[in-house]
Design a protein around this ligand. Sequence first.
Ligand SMILES: Nc1ncnc2c1ncn2[C@@H]1O[C@H](COP(=O)(O)OP(=O)(O)OP(=O)(O)O)[C@@H](O)[C@H]1O
Ligand SMILES: [Mg+2]
Length: 330
Amino acid sequence: MIKNKTVSSSHYEVEDDLIVPEASDHFVVTSYVKEIIERSLVYLNAGYPVHFAGPSGTGKTTLAFHLAAQWGRPVTLLQGNEEFVSSDLTGKDIGYRKSSLVDNYIHSVLKTEEQMNRMWVDNRLTTACRNGDTLIYDEFNRSKADTNNVLLSVLSEGILNLPGLRGAGEGYMDVHPDFRAIFTSNPEEYAGTHKTQDALMNRMITINVGLADRDTELQILHARSELDLKESAYIVDIVRELRGNDHETKHGLRAGIAIARILQIQGMKPRYGDKLFHAICQDVLSMETAKIQHAGQSIFHKMVEDVIRKICPPVGSEAVKVSTKIKVVE
Ligand SMILES: Nc1ncnc2c1ncn2[C@@H]1O[C@H](COP(=O)(O)OP(=O)(O)OP(=O)(O)O)[C@@H](O)[C@H]1O
Ligand SMILES: [Mg+2]
């Protein structure tokens, strides 16, 4: 039996069995985030499943956890998986339990009775439907489309089909009225994702989560790294500049958070000319930019160097560059 988890908006911990989510101190709420959460709550309230779709590192999973925490019901977490079959969602027979009773009370009479009971173990979707939990199905399109078919009747008719229990007269289960589902997915072109059947997409309300605005990104980076806000702004601007208008590099929020955390732990500041800082940026940002080639050579190195020079004050300087404006939203 797979356990339910405690969730907060940014993390979850495995606990005993069932649990109510709690809000996280580290979750950043800007007007951008607030607007998405408020809209999502309206949809959940009307009984609709919510689906956060978007590129990697845009905050979908974090939003899903936070939304579930706001909704306030216990949470069951499912992570999409290529290997899953429907029974990994619903549950399965684990065989029969045989019990026998031997009654030899009167020594000349021997009475025996045998009983066979089917043993069924719920998996997480069934548990959530039974208890009226909030199901977070993270990266659901990593599971194959036909694995997820079982969700069709859950989401539209409020019925969970349990073929494995049909023989026991329990082939269907009514979904608890409090059951809600929150999905996240990466775009279909991502490696390891599957195209979702339209019928399933039609049954959920999809909110496209793109890259956050600069202020949201700055607040998140600052909250996650605890690097000074002014210094965090340099990192945010480096990452945003490298993304360019055409999103030349596809870094989400994680790369900036990683650079800021490393600097914070090392007691460093983002300064042009600080060799270690340059190297950290090259290492963290290279994953995507290394793909950009010119005459057979990766041009990411020069791009990153140019952007650091443009954005960061030189070593030894405390001056805030004019381009790095800081706007704090309460
Ligand atoms: N509102 C927020 N407040 C604080 N931190 C956030 C917020 N949104 C995102 N983050 C942080 O940004 C990073 C990326 O977020 P998250 O993992 O939710 O992205 P994702 O879209 O689910 O990415 P992937 O598609 O790769 O799973 C995480 O470190 C997360 O903690
Ligand atoms: Mg995610």
